[in-house]
Write a protein that binds this ligand. Sequence first.
Ligand code: ADP
Ligand code: AMP
Length: 213
Amino acid sequence: MNLMVFGAPGAGKGTQAKFLVERYNIPQISTGDMLRAAISQKTAMGLEAKTYMDAGELVPDSTIIGIIKDRLDKDDCKDGFILDGFPRTLAQAQALDELMKKSGKKLDFVLSFDVPDELIIQRIAGRRVCPKCGASYHTKFNCSKVEDVCDCCGDELIIRKDDDVNTVKNRLENYHKQTAPLIDFYKDMGVFVQIDGSQELNKVTKDMFEALA
Ligand code: ADP
Ligand code: AMP
């Protein structure tokens, strides 16, 4: 199954992707996580990406398309994958379409989590993430068992640098300008599924699995 989780930053893509990984045993491919890993390894690509990410801007298409191409070629993607945070521009969506066609694959579903901007701001304000596994928690809506400690890894949770309120506003603006237009692209492809992502977490998961049944 080749899936995509789609929506604004903070819509719950990463949170729901973890449930898909568990159920289908296919990898979550998060471009944000891959870029953050490159930053912590201090690669040239990571250092270049950091300036865009810290400002809440999108990293250039050529960089992102390159890392996705290499990642989808890996063996663990042969039975399927979950794209998370990619594509974010029409050029990326078109490049993905070409890559898929070349490898004889097709996207099965684009699961789009619809969440109003006011709620996005609240979600991102309380987000805490595990720097090791990328798990995402919230101080009120989705608490870790022990405060500031990852349930899975035991690592200390952090606040993402780009989750500060001004950067979030810019990220949301960029989402509406550059990424939301992809909704029509995937509707035309016949793979788009809209889910009310503003509901409580378990209800979103339930609706997502019902859509896939
Ligand atoms: P994205 O991957 O789309 O950027 P996340 O999955 O990291 O978003 O979720 C953003 C924040 O919202 C996190 O703090 C997460 O714990 C919380 N969250 C996710 N889904 C819900 C939900 N349905 N209700 C309340 N909070 C949620
Ligand atoms: P995310 O973890 O998905 O919220 O992404 C964090 C940041 O990484 C974004 O604000 C962008 O700067 C960058 N990024 C992640 N994925 C992409 C993408 N597909 N295209 C461009 N930039 C991206």
